[in-house]
Design a binder for this molecule. Structure first.
Ligand code: BES
Ligand code: MN
Ligand code: ZN
Length: 511
């Protein structure tokens, strides 16, 4: 069965065809070469305050370009982008000058953002673009900047358009990079390609509408996406979830025709003790009987599975680059709906680890499925660290908005490395305290309950309970899963938040 058939077999919508590799997502191609080429559009990367030139330009051409640049007040600062039409004495119809500041100090994320801005400025129907990176004098640094800019272009060119009968044209351009060290650029770009693929899969998982992207469908999508990678996939079915005693995970889907699954994706690139990434895969959040009653609070709750996308995408990215790490993604998948069989507020449910939990609010479901996810990770993998990632609480959005994800950590090394990874990737985290809230999830009825105040801390405290003694970090990415308009490396739609962060974090932790 082809992937397309496989997916349409489980999906309600025939619009759902699942691409398996990055080249299925992008209609562009990217090559690195030390040979020049003539193209209609030429992009030149200009370090700050350096003369703008190309070997074949006449003196007049250099003057014309310098004049245009100065009129536009372009001096090569990172982020500046200036378009020049048909400069005299050059072969290109369009020149785009892209400032790179001091290339040696340009961060990876800054380079990616420059790529995104370029992608946004290029018309999708362009046949070919030449990127000239030779003005950056250090060939090694130029190669690195080129690869990161190319990555930013790829990230921005993604489209979630499978639900459009006539999607807008996707960028379908040949990108020809002109660098002094093509081999080195190619090598680094290949790594970013695996990361991009992980981000794209996470974006797809995030964006699938709730009636198509129910737990079993996500399992099939993830299996199809991972099939060519060296990843060991285990699918725990609804019956097995129940059988193993994961009552919290079972309870969240009890009101749905689609039962809860647990998807496990293990990439073993080293013999070290594994790192577990446990991501929230609530495939739709109605709130359950604590129903989300405003149209704005329930809309887009298909994105409540973004944490699952993040952990699956991260393991894909690490496997694709054959990183020397041992990492396992655990994605509990639920469908939080209502019916005569749905969990009722006040019900008491037994978790995998035996804890009796008072479900005081059925809308605090993410921590329930992650609680059992953490237990499963500990029980089956005895990991050296657990990272939770989830669209967990509305209070996170109130506290931090979307510029930062909230972070909690029980361990100093995890805290430091996750902050570092956030700064490198631009998926930034801000730590909130967890000390000083005694009794925050105490229950008058059972062992603990699933709500407390403040809300973000209560969610974190609940997850920490199920991490046990394992060093733990938690990222509350509520409202970071989607953008309504194009933002930097993200086109409008799902962001795939967490893939770049967690991929970098695992690499940092393993150094
Ligand atoms: N999935 C939501 C959190 C959320 C809210 C994500 C807004 C993205 C945007 C979560 O399951 C939820 O409903 N949390 C409740 C918990 C409360 C009932 C204790 C919340 O934060 O309001
Ligand atoms: Mn909820
Ligand atoms: Zn939720």
């Amino acid at each position: 069965m082809s992937i397309k058939q496989l997916i349409s077999a489980v999906a309600v919508s025939s619009a759902l065809a699942y691409p398996a590799v990055a080249s299925d997502y992008l209609d562009t191609s990217t090559v690195f070469s030390d040979q020049d080429k003539t193209a209609e559009m030429r992009v030149i990367f200009v370090p700050e305050d350096s003369a703008i030139s190309s070997p074949e330009w006449s003196a007049d051409a250099r003057k014309a370009v310098a004049r245009a640049a100065s009129i536009e007040e372009f001096d090569g600062k990172a982020d500046q982008l200036t378009s020049i039409i048909a400069p005299e004495g050059t072969k290109a119809n369009h020149l785009l000058l892209a400032g790179v500041g001091n290339p040696a100090e340009l961060s990876r994320f800054e380079a990616e953002k420059i790529g995104a801005a370029i992608a946004a400025a290029l018309k999708p129907e362009l046949d070919e673009v030449v990127f000239d990176a030779r003005l950056m004098s250090n060939p090694g640094i130029a190669a690195e900047v080129a690869a990161n800019v190319a990555h930013g272009i790829d990230l921005r060119n993604y489209r979630f358009d499978r639900y459009q009968s006539e999607p807008k044209a996707r960028p379908a351009t040949q990108y020809h990079w002109l660098v002094k060290s093509p081999k080195s650029a190619e090598k680094q770009y290949a790594i970013t390609r695996g990361i991009a693929e992980g981000v794209f899969v996470a974006r797809d998982i995030t964006a699938l509408p709730g009636s198509d992207g129910y737990p079993e469908a996500i399992v099939k999508l993830a299996q199809a996406a991972m099939k060519d990678l060296d990843i060991d996939v285990t699918v725990v079915t609804p019956a097995q979830v129940k059988e193993m005693g994961m009552g919290l995970l079972t309870s969240v889907s009890q009101g749905s025709q689609h039962g809860s699954y647990l998807l496990v994706a293990h990439y073993k690139g080293s013999d070290e003790t594994p790192i577990a990434l446990v991501g929230k895969g609530n495939t739709f959040d109605t709130g359950g009987y604590n129903l989300k009653t405003s149209s704005s609070s329930i809309l887009r709750m298909q994105t409540d599975k973004a944490g699952a996308g993040a952990v699956i995408g991260s393991v894909m990215a690490l496997a694709a680059q054959k990183a020397p790490v041992n990492v396992v993604a655990v994605a509990p998948l639920s469908h939080n709906l209502i019916s005569g069989s749905a969990t009722l507020p006040g019900d008491v449910v037994k978790a995998g680890d035996g804890t009796l939990v008072e479900i005081a609010n059925t809308d605090a479901e993410g921590r329930l499925i992650l609680g059992d996810g953490n237990w499963y990770a500990n029980d089956k993998f005895a990991p050296r660290a657990i990272a939770n990632i989830a669209t967990l609480t509305g209070s996170k959005v109130g506290a931090l908005g979307t510029g930062y994800a909230a972070m909690f950590a029980s361990d100093n090394e995890l805290r430091t490395t996750i902050k570092e990874a956030g700064n490198i990737t631009g998926e930034k985290v801000w730590e909130l305290p967890l000390e000083g809230y005694p009794g925050i999830i105490d229950s008058p009825l059972a062992d603990i309950r699933n709500i407390g105040s403040p809300g973000t801390q209560a969610g974190a405290a609940f997850l920490k309970h199920f991490a046990g003694d394992t060093p733990w970090v938690h990222i509350d990415m509520a409202a970071d899963a989607m953008v309504s308009s194009p933002t930097g490396i993200h086109p409008a739609g799902p962001t795939g938040f967490g893939v770049r962060l967690l991929t970098e974090w695992v690499l940092q932790l393993d150094q």
